[in-house]
Design a protein around this ligand. Structure first.
Ligand SMILES: C[S@@+](CC[C@H](N)C(=O)[O-])C[C@H]1O[C@@H](n2cnc3c(N)ncnc32)[C@H](O)[C@@H]1O
Length: 262
């Protein structure tokens, strides 16, 4: 077995995208040049990738990148792989400030590969955008992904932006329960990006409790959360926030909450 066609017929996991990756060919080129014979190095690299995919390593960690909204992002084992559900937060934020000239001071906390901050900054070059993460390694990746100027800083939640206030604070924080069996499927991604205590809400509680000190008059807090957490989060928000809006993702699961400071 050494031609593209041999491999395509093998039925190996993700074989077409893996061939594209190793041979640096588009899908169309792959099928139109299917009699191409892989050299020894290409075969060795492809076998290694197939083996890693069979062991559960996500494709994005092999390719080193992942598309999100209108951009492509570098990802490493230090960053969560951005999920399509998170694009919902971008749509909500863009709808919130439809006037392209309206200034917005945005904070994206737990930025990971930087997808939220960088996508919004790229769409709104006049916004003042800050992004933070507890992980310096993740921030280093986010910095390489930035397409415009972003203020990056390291630290736990609002500690990374002391004495600063914002018009919009967004976070896709860790929100999985520590005993959730689903975590077995996510073992290659940083657990610190995923897990948040016994009910998955430890980080969200910290963020909601501290947000009022960091949000400007009439400003907003926008959070991604787990499919079964919306009710609890709305009740946590009720004392200090109003105009609370809830959102479902494209799979019809409860996924985000937007709240305006009272
Ligand atoms: C679910 S990931 C989201 C990453 C990225 N924003 C995205 O949507 O793809 C959560 C992020 O929060 C960061 N994080 C975890 N604990 C934190 C803390 N105490 N303070 C700040 N960031 C934290 C993780 O390092 C991770 O990058």
């Amino acid at each position: 077995m050494n031609t593209v066609n041999d491999y395509l017929k093998s039925g190996a996991i993700d074989i077409a995208p893996l061939l594209s990756l190793v041979l640096e060919k588009s899908n169309t080129e792959l099928y139109s040049q299917s009699d191409y014979a892989l050299n020894n190095e290409q075969q060795r690299q492809l076998s290694s990738f197939i083996q890693q995919r069979e062991q559960g390593v996500p494709f994005a960690y092999l390719s080193g990148n992942k598309g999100f909204y209108h951009l492509d992002f570098k990802v490493t084992k230090d960053t969560l792989i951005p999920r399509p559900e998170t694009e919902l937060l971008i749509d909500i934020a863009l709808d919130l400030f439809p006037d392209k000239e309206e200034p917005c001071h945005l904070l994206d906390m737990g930025t990971g590969s930087g997808v939220i901050a960088i996508t919004l900054a790229d769409k709104n070059p006049h916004w003042k955008v800050s992004a933070t993460d507890f992980s310096q390694a993740a921030l280093d990746v986010a910095k390489t992904n930035a397409t415009t100027h972003i203020n990056f800083s390291q630290g736990s939640w609002f500690d990374a932006a002391p004495n600063q206030t914002f018009d919009l604070v967004i976070s896709n924080p860790p929100y999985i329960e520590e005993n959730d069996a689903y975590l077995d499927d996510l073992s290659y991604e940083p657990q610190t990006a995923l897990v948040s205590g016994i009910d998955g809400l430890d980080d969200i509680r910290i963020i909601i409790n501290n947000a009022p000190d960091h949000i400007n008059k009439d400003g907003y807090l926008l959070l991604e959360h787990g499919f079964n957490q919306q009710e609890k989060i709305v009740s946590l928000l009720n004392t200090k926030f109003h105009n609370i809006k809830t959102f479902k993702d494209y799979n019809n699961n409860d996924r985000a909450v937007l709240a305006q400071i009272k």
